[in-house]
Each structure stands twice: as structure tokens, then as C-alpha cells.
Design a protein around this ligand. Sequence first.
Ligand code: ADP
Ligand code: ADP
Length: 207
Amino acid sequence: MNIILLGPPGAGKGTQAQRLVERRGMKQLSTGDMLRAAVRAGTPVGLKAKAVMDAGELVFDEIVSALIGDELDAMPASQGAIFDGYPRTAAQAQALDAILESRGRKLDRVIELDVGEDALVERITGRFTCATCGKGYHDKFERRGGQEFKRRPDDNEQTVRTRMAEYRAKTAPILPIYEARGIVARVDGMAEMDAVTSEIEQVLSAT
Ligand code: ADP
Ligand code: ADP
């Protein structure tokens, strides 16, 4: 099964993708994580992407689509993919169709995490990840003692507002493409994490 988790920054895509990886053995393909790894490694892609990411704007479509294609090529054909934070534009949605088709895969579901923007700013400005394993936490909703945490440089209120605006202008408009195919399931992303997980599980069990 190949699915997209779609939703604005902070909607819970990464959190839920990690849970699906654990439960279903799928692979999480997060273009945000790939880009951050490229920035850390100082690759040509990372050098191009850094300033764009720091500003909360979108990296070029060709760059992220190439990253996704490479990751799919490195996966066993039988392993399902969870697209997390990709596609984010109509051009990326089109590219994904071609990328999947050329690899004999098809898109089974788009799960839209439905959330309110104000709550998201609070979630994101409180987002921490474990420095060792990369697991995501929130300083208000979840606390873990004795672990080393790191924060993302783009998780500040001003950049978050830009990222939200980018989502509204460029990403939300791709939903109708998938709605026309009848593959969108809307899930309440404002519910407790576990409730969101079981709603997603229900959708996938019926897919
Ligand atoms: P995204 O990948 O969509 O940007 P994350 O999964 O990183 O979002 O979640 C953003 C922040 O919100 C994280 O700190 C995470 O721990 C927290 N979070 C995720 N889902 C929920 C939820 N259902 N309720 C409360 N906080 C959540
Ligand atoms: P979030 O978890 O808040 O949704 P991501 O980790 O997915 O954020 O993305 C962080 C940043 O990386 C984005 O603000 C953008 O600059 C860049 N980025 C990630 N995925 C894409 C994509 N599919 N297209 C363009 N830019 C992307």
C-alpha cells in the first residue's frame, strides 16, 4: 500500500507516519527529513535548500521529486510507502503519479489530517525531537526525562506562519485532484494522538 499523509505543518504527519512504520512495516518518506539530512551533510541539495527552508518557503519541485524517486528505488518493491510532507504542489502531485507508475506502484489513499491553524502554531513552537533517535515530542503534551532533545531552526512563530501560508496557497489546492479519484479520507487531526492513529488504522484496514 502507498499512502500520502497530507496536512499543514504540525498536523501530526510525522508522528503518525512513525507509528505506521512500527505497526505495518511501511517506510516513511519524509522530504523534510531528507532535506534536513542533506543540509547536515552539506550536499549540493542541502546547500541549495537551507536558506529556503529557514525562510519557511518551498524547495524546488524537481529537487524533492528526485529525492523521492531515489528513496523508492532503494526500497523493496513489496514495502509500502508513506509520503510525509510530499507532494506539496500540483507539480509534485503530477510528478508523484509518474514516479509511482514507472515503478509499478499505485497510490491507494490520501489521508488528510484536519486541524485548526491556531493550535498548530502552539504545537510547532513546542516541537522537540530526540537527538538520538529522531522521535518527535512536544514540551507541553509530552515530556521525557533524561533525554537529549533538539529543536528545528524553522519551528519559530514567524517561519511557521509562512509555512502555513505556503500550505494554504500551494498544497491545499492539490486535494481536489485526489478527491476526484475518490481516495481521500479525512481524519480529525485535533484528536488525541492515539485516537488519530486508530482512525487512520480503520481507514487503512478498509483500503
Ligand atoms: P508534522 O509532521 O505534520 O509537521 P508532527 O508529527 O511533527 O507534525 O507534530 C508536530 C508536534 O505536535 C509534535 O511536537 C508532536 O509531538 C505534536 N503532536 C502530533 N500529533 C498530536 C496530537 N494529536 N495532539 C497533540 N500534539 C500532537
Ligand atoms: P512540517 O513537518 O512542518 O510539515 P517538513 O519537515 O515537511 O515540515 O518540511 C520542512 C521544510 O522543508 C519546508 O518548510 C520546506 O522548506 C521544505 N520541504 C519539505 N518537503 C518539501 C516539499 N515536498 N516541497 C518543497 N519543500 C519541502
